[in-house]
Design a protein around this ligand. Sequence first.
Ligand code: NAP
Length: 479
Amino acid sequence: MTRNLNYNWINGKQIQTEKTLSVVNPASGKTIGEVPSVDGSTVQKAIDSAANAFESWSNYTAETRQSFLEKWAVNLLNKQEELAAIMSEEQGKPYNEAFGEIGVCAKFIRWFAEEGKRIYGEIIPPSSENQRISVIKQPVGICGLITPWNFPGAMVARKVAPALAAGCTVIVKPSSETPRIAIAIFEELIATGIDKGVANIVTGSSSLISDKLFSDKRVKKMSFTGSTEIGKTLMSEASKQIKRISLELGGNAPAIVLPDADLDNAADAIVDNKFENSGQMCNGINVILVHRDIKSEMTKKIISRVNKLKVAPGNESDAQVGPLINQQAIEKVEKLVAESQKNGATIQTGGHKADIAGSKLFYQPTVITDVTPNMSIAQEEIFGPVAPIITFESTKEAIEIANASPYGLAAYFFSNNINTVYQISEQLEFGMIGVNGTQLSVPQAPFGGIKESGMGREGSHFGLDGFLELKYISLSLLK
Ligand code: NAP
């Protein structure tokens, strides 16, 4: 890859540091480049610059802010191929998926650019003749945004765009696994000519950067996407200042297939979702719950589709399943599969690493049957290309199994009965429900979970609200 991307952006300027972090291509194990590993004083500078920029940025009209966001989206689309290649090389996902993700970034940015013009308040009828009640929405202030590696572009866009559209200024801290694509996407924002200090990005030690952001009183809001474990720690950090925080955390999505479902549609949708990004998706299906009467037919349909998936480095044109992100990820998958086998599950296909020259991080797409809800593979987020199948006897039992999880991000089910569709959707304890399909992330819909999958929403006007405070103004008219 030709671009260096070995800098951060603070106050409109490129910053380099002596200490750096190496970034590795998971498909080859080779180092791609270095990015800064900032110290506390550099984070401080980023906060200072966001603070200095806040007054003017928050006072701009929504249309002015929109014009920068629109340019950002256009810049990303103009460089879609180059950015997709950077993402695929660093994160491992197939180039086509990465190309699609850059398109998703532009969609989110454009949607929020528009929606910024609809930050309406309210006029409320008063209780006395001389009172006037109005409610306005104002930007929450400086925001710290921490993003994960699995959707390293979309997660940056899904946070930065609503924050800027709302009138906030930002400091982004991307995952150390995928900082280069975040920097490259950011560069296109800086290239719009946006005022210096409005948007800043820092890379390096997550705990150091996060401590600085949480402890500085000028940072009014933290938005985090990542694991539930870290989310819990950050929630307790936020409590020290009652700092606003939104959390998009882990999931354990069930896909329930009822006997009246269109089984081919269900198999297509389940395999598409389960193996996207090598199974490293927060709203990715973790367990497939299949009714006893259709177990054999459904399992066959899933296996035949899984066996056709092409495992290959992301830059091969027909790649469908790339490497996992790192050694820890592949060890977790191996451990969960081995434990399930030891406890009586049957591997129908896969069940081992894939033999791809030069890398130890590819795992063969796998289907496992005879899985029971108490197995760790059904309870933990697998985050790999492994599809465990659990059989159930009644819809009630399927819902109980699904709801027993501490997570509550996304659930899917397949049925052709309109009554069932509503009844099950209402009973499942998840923030998002996919019925007869698995496509959930669109800019206009609220993405997010309940229970230990987090709080707050991204996308939609609810997502914009996450960067706004309400202010109630009571005016007493003078007689
Ligand atoms: P992670 O380990 O929690 O890391 C996420 C981000 O937090 C990274 O930027 C990481 O930085 C940073 N981080 C790590 N330790 C930290 C600490 N002590 N203090 C502050 N920040 C810290 O999660 P991940 O492995 O990158 O991402 C996968 C997880 O994200 C999965 O559980 C997935 O389900 C979840 N996810 C959820 C959504 C959603 O919308 N709900 C979307 C995507 C992913 P470093 O890399 O520098 O350590």
